[in-house]
Design a binder for this molecule. Structure first.
Ligand SMILES: NC(=O)c1ccc[n+]([C@@H]2O[C@H](COP(=O)([O-])OP(=O)(O)OC[C@H]3O[C@@H](n4cnc5c(N)ncnc54)[C@H](OP(=O)(O)O)[C@@H]3O)[C@@H](O)[C@H]2O)c1
Length: 320
């Protein structure tokens, strides 16, 4: 990859929680970014235009994952693509095949087809641990690594449509990339939290916001696997930049029981409406990011992530 050309990259879903931070980090590293959004005129993307260096180095493209030509137009002239766009609904949707699976799977294939057509060689795909860990009889005695794949039939039988969408999209993407000689890498993050750059609340931030203000009567004391959105952005750029990167990378920083997580939050912010009671969970499964750490990835302490998140939610008036 010629050094100069590699500095022009496309980020799909640039206005989302992950996409926005990725664009910010790429701009700060002097990349030129083609960001796709569904409607560049919408005020909800105002934060992107205010990012440092955005006026010189960020160009927004109107694109929908299911409109091939719009995706292709954003990718022309790029040497690499970061594909983050995919529906992440906060709750169940009426027609999961149409609303979730189709945009995730066909959208990802559209991105890859466009990469083939315009000769983009390197693609970093934001998959999910949802494509790794949804299996019956999950091992409890050793952490799941990148060799594990979620069981699509098991997802379907549990109406776990989001997990199915991510598993099917990643697996079809691997198949397509291998057949067509694309240097494809996938990063599988766990629950992503951290401060939001965008003004509209995304689904994973809502998980933490609800822990602070919902006042649940009881909550399962299961393991929460957390990664900071800023550390994820660095992970995505790391796998893009390192020539030796290959295959899948699980991205997790902290694995902590819900009750212990609430204890940390309470220490800093005693007055929110926390869950009243915790029910013990039998699931002791975990995942490992050893492969990503071996590539050189590191992450910030959990307390920093939590404090920065809560301060951000409070500033946005989300905890009142
Ligand atoms: N957040 C997590 O905990 C988590 C964990 C693991 C993996 N992930 C993955 O991370 C990626 C980003 O998620 P996020 O948390 O940043 O969620 P998000 O804020 O909801 O962002 C999703 C993005 O996808 C775009 N999008 C959805 N459907 C689209 C379509 N048909 N055409 C074009 N764009 C479309 C959205 O565009 P609009 O702005 O136009 O709505 C938005 O920019 C997703 O692939 C998700 O599966 C997230």
């Amino acid at each position: 990859m010629a050094a100069e050309k590699a500095r022009v990259v496309c980020v799909t879903g640039a206005g989302g929680f992950v996409g926005s931070w990725l664009v910010k980090h790429l701009l700060s590293k002097n990349y030129t970014v083609h960001g796709t959004v569904r409607n560049p005129m919408d005020e909800k993307y105002g934060h992107l235009k205010k990012l440092e260096k955005a006026s010189e180095k960020l160009k927004l493209f109107k694109a929908d994952l299911l409109d091939y030509e719009s995706i292709r137009a954003a990718i022309v002239g790029c040497d690499g693509v970061f594909h983050t766009a995919s529906p992440v609904p906060p709750s169940s949707v009426p027609d999961p095949e149409v609303e979730l699976i189709k945009p995730a799977v066909d959208g990802t294939l559209n991105v890859l087809k466009a990469c083939c057509e315009v000769n983009v060689k390197k693609v970093v795909y934001v998959s999910s641990v949802a494509a790794v860990s949804i299996i019956p009889n999950r091992p409890q005695d050793r952490p799941l690594d990148e060799t594990f794949w979620s069981d699509q039939e098991f997802c379907r039988s549990n109406n776990d449509w989001y997990c199915l969408s991510k598993t099917k999209a990643e697996s079809e993407a691997w198949e397509f990339s291998k057949k067509n000689g694309i240097d494809f890498l996938s990063v599988c993050p766990t629950l992503i939290v951290g401060p939001m750059l965008q003004k509209t609340v995304n689904a994973s931030s809502l998980v933490l916001i609800k822990l602070l203000k919902e006042g649940y009567e009881e909550l399962e004391n299961r393991s929460r696997m957390i990664v900071d959105v800023r550390d994820l952005a660095e992970a995505l750029i790391l796998v893009y930049e390192k020539p030796e990167a290959n295959g899948r990378y699980i991205c997790v920083s902290h694995q902590i029981r819900a009750k212990d997580l609430v204890e940390i939050l309470k220490k800093h912010y005693p007055d929110y409406k926390y869950p009243k009671k915790f029910i013990e969970s039998k699931d002791k499964s975990s995942v490992t990011a050893q492969k990503l750490q071996d590539l050189g990835w590191s992450y910030r302490p959990l307390e920093e992530t939590l404090v920065d998140s809560v301060e951000n939610y409070a500033q946005n008036g989300l905890l009142g």
